[in-house]
Design a protein. Structure first.
Length: 112
């Protein structure tokens, strides 16, 4: 374990300097990236924006998951769900079961 940590400490400056040469600032110099999606390099005033490119399938999964979480939140508050919310909640739960990998396809089809 000690060897791995010391190797990481030795390699970290090399990785950081390679990132700087490529124009990517090291993580400790990024300000505001986690909350706004916009960041600026410490010491500069020009904000930069990085875009996350998702495939159409990933966008569908993300939207379905967001709708399912919203439905789950409304259900927890005691509100009745409409049809699209109920479908989104069921689909989100099925996606989570698939991701967990505990059930076979036949079992999920039986549940679903």
């Amino acid at each position: 374990m000690f060897r791995l940590l010391s190797k990481a400490r030795v390699l970290a400056p090399r990785v950081a300097s390679a990132a700087i040469r490529r124009g990517v600032p090291p993580p400790h110099r990024l300000v505001g990236a986690a909350t706004t999606g916009t960041f600026h390099v410490a010491g500069t005033q020009q904000p930069q924006r990085r875009h996350l490119h998702l495939s159409p399938r990933e966008l569908d999964h993300l939207q379905l998951h967001q709708a399912g979480r919203l439905a789950q939140y409304r259900l927890a508050r005691g509100l009745r769900l409409n049809h699209p919310e109920a479908v989104a909640l069921i689909a989100m739960q099925m996606m989570e079961e698939i991701r967990d990998g505990q059930y076979s396809v036949a079992k999920l089809m039986e549940l679903g």
